[in-house]
Design a binder for this molecule. Sequence first.
Ligand code: ZN
Ligand code: ZN
Length: 409
Amino acid sequence: MKSLIMIIDGMADRPIPELGNKTPLEIAETPNMDKLAENGINGIMDPIRPGIRVGSDTAHLSILGYDPYKVYTGRGPFEAAGVGVEVKPGDIAFRCNFATQDENGIIIDRRAGRIREKTDRIAETINSMKIEGFEDTKIIFKESTGHRAVLVLRGENLSDKISDADPKQEGKPPKKVKPLEDSPAAKKTAKLLNRLVEKSYQLLKNHPVNLERLKRSETPANIILPRGAGAVPHVTKFEEKYGLKAACIAETGLIKGIGNITGMDVIEVEGATGGIDTNLENMKNAILEAVKGQYDFILVNIDGADEAGHDGDLKGKIEFIEKVDEILEDLMLEDLYFIFTADHSTPITVKDHSGDPVPIVINGPGIRVDKIVSFNEREAANGGLCRIKGSDIMNILLDLMDKTEKFGA
Ligand code: ZN
Ligand code: ZN
């Protein structure tokens, strides 16, 4: 038996007055989701616990059976793993911006004119940098999308208990990084990071890419601003934990990073933008290939509904849900446990994640099919699964797949 868990990021919502107090999922035309509801067992799920406003990362960890309160140390490690840096437990990872500093040491653009090109060449320069007095620490730096990048520090005696260099607003100098605890490791890491920020400006102010940008009257990416330090956690690999060979098909660096850190094969999909313009046909084909291939478990994350939720784009959210519905028909396969759900609600009215539970449906052999015939937040609440937690999912799935041992005699 194979298993597929498909997470439509931020799909769930709250009643919206202009929809007659219906939710986007209740309004959208979703014949295939309804078929999943009709043929499956339905319920609602609290990704961590009722009322907890989860991030996509902590929700996914919980759904995969990892305790986010134990393994989550911040976004840095997952972002770094998501852009393909081979992070190791104990590494300290940061999210960074390429920014613009003027001659007076003031940050005049936190996103370096929303730079999009040749950040790989700037990253190369930072990646090969050595800092005097800290030769034992390896500096790994890689560009991400746009003005974003990741920084990883590897070595002895490092700590993530340090503050940010990013002042979070323009018109100010970079913040002096401070140790947040009285330990030699935190003091060393803070000192190292301050040198790194300073030195990045020295190395980048006359970098060929920036000289070209200046010629075109574009703001140079002449300084690196790290934030959100996190130590890469020790995580038991998914396959070791469950005996299932797993693939991760995701669009955003954050979720790819979850796949990487838990030891899944991360499958890249062309045209997967993470937005409502993403290529769902390519996503579907990648899922089909993985299901028919060597994998026992496939984690899928599709991000567009969350983006529409953050943007308050009601029409976009409804249309995207309908587009997702279209690819589901081909995914209803025999010999497959198919779990369809969301990682949290991103209500249009909130424009951010909320603590509401999400609908969930499971299809597959031996399922106690219930009476629910349409897939949405309110109907699901009347289904046979009742209300579960994200951390229950792997137990339920492993039991269905006959992969668990009896507890007791
Ligand atoms: Zn999410
Ligand atoms: Zn979100």
